[in-house]
Ligand binder design. Structure first.
Ligand SMILES: *Cc1c(COP(=O)(O)O)cnc(C)c1O
Length: 400
């Protein structure tokens, strides 16, 4: 119900809807601001990594802000982009693709950028597309691991020597070439990009092939609780300095493909407490639904109690939070600070939930969230003092 409803703030939404199911609260203004930050400051082309959040509200906001390039990993993602934005470009950035997906991407959707990290994948692309000048083959490199919530170098990426061979072969097939890497999601150390670009230098020097595209990937961090990395502008500045030192031809296109940092502050989720047992809270959303990153990467999200027009205790306590399914793994792996009188029927707004949330939910045990509203009020940020925010809101409501 109530999809696309619009509210001034989350408290007003809760007072109006009293939702017994989780509600996504989009912040279109945040999405626009994040897109503009990248478009105005990253020294190259900005691709949005669709897997992070493929909801049309997100895609529309980014398109309206000026993003025209999309990192897609499947035919379904490509179709979503091309069917909605006919002038947008898709890049097929998954290093492992089925032949039928390559064929449809090439013939139906006119995709011409393909990532590979192995010669069997190169062979596949040449056989299916015919290769030649219209095709861009981008070689994904494995790069050194730094502090990140998710490491990707184990699963994908060629060694420098393999990359040299792949670039030469792609070039010999008449394709344009590129290099790409991904430092890992929520990368907390911009040195990861410096070290990755050293690997890029090694490969460029050895391969002696024109590199038409250089893609520094995603991994740019968002701001979570106890996890406040340097501003993105400093990442961009570092990348710019390092890329300038590379022996590239003047017309190499620099690209990035962020997901998380573009979309994390674009949505919060309002959940409801369905039972309190001592300091254990059972809520209606969990690790099989929007909070898998709490479990697998221990990401901590800002939380705020919402109890419209009623007082909230200004003391806090630590709580263990259980999700709605019958599964014992459906529990947050850390305790959360909330007002000590939190109880059944209260709502909790959980902020910074735009990334890897709705895109990763299952319908396990019959629980799922499909209600989306938009909210004008700014995103709930990690630095907001828990009690002050709650108390202030209650005063405002009471004065009305
Ligand atoms: C997941 C992914 C991204 C986006 O990563 P974020 O950490 O969300 O920025 C970009 N590129 C590739 C190849 C990916 O797999």
């Amino acid at each position: 119900m109530s999809n696309n409803s619009h509210f001034e703030d989350v408290e007003t939404m809760v007072a109006a809807m009293k939702p017994g199911y989780p509600v996504y609260c989009w912040r279109p203004a945040e999405l626009k601001k994040n897109a503009e930050l990248f478009l105005n400051n990253f020294p190259g082309r900005v691709l949005y990594a669709v897997k992070c959040n493929p909801h049309l509200t997100v895609l529309n906001a980014f398109y309206e802000a000026g993003i025209r390039h999309f990192d897609t990993a499947s035919l379904a993602e490509i179709a979503t982009i091309r069917d909605n934005f006919s002038d947008a470009d898709c890049y097929f950035m998954h290093p492992v693709k089925s032949r039928s997906a390559i064929l449809s991407a090439h013939d139906v959707y006119r995709v011409d950028h393909y990532v590979i990290d192995h010669e069997a994948e190169l062979k596949k692309i040449i056989e299916v597309t015919g290769g030649g000048d219209g095709q861009v083959v981008i070689v994904r490199l494995a790069t050194p691991q730094f502090d990140a919530a998710f490491a990707l170098a184990d699963k994908f990426g060629a060694t420098p020597d393999e990359a040299v061979e792949l670039l030469r072969k792609a070039s010999a097939e008449g394709c344009q070439t590129g290099l790409a890497f991904h430092v890992g999601s929520q990368c907390r150390d911009k040195q990861a990009f410096v070290e990755a670009l050293k690997v890029v230098r090694e490969v460029i020097e050895k391969a002696d092939v024109n590199i038409h595209y250089l893609d520094v990937g995603g991994g740019f961090p968002a701001h979570y609780v106890d996890d406040n990395p340097e501003p993105l502008e400093r990442y961009f500045e570092t990348i710019k300095q390092e890329v300038q030192k590379l022996p590239l031809r003047g017309d190499t296109v620099l690209m990035c493909e962020p997901g998380r940092s573009l979309v994390a502050s674009g949505a919060s989720i309002v959940v409801q407490v369905h039972l309190r047992k001592g300091n254990q809270l059972y809520i209606n959303d969990g690790v099989y639904h929007n909070f898998s990153e709490a479990l697998v990467a221990k990401i901590k999200f800002p939380m705020k109690l919402i109890r419209p027009n009623q007082k909230v205790s200004n003391k806090t306590d630590m709580f263990k939070i259980y999700g709605p399914t019958c599964d014992c793994t459906d529990v947050f792996p850390y305790e959360v600070e909330l007002p000590d009188d939190v109880d059944e029927g209260d709502w909790i707004e959980i902020g910074m939930m735009g990334a890897y949330s709705n895109s990763m939910t299952t319908k396990f045990n019959g629980f799922f969230a499909e209600t989306y509203v938009t909210v004008d009020a700014p995103m709930l940020r990690p630095e907001e003092p828990l009690n002050k925010t709650v108390a202030k809101k209650v005063e405002v409501e009471a004065a009305e």
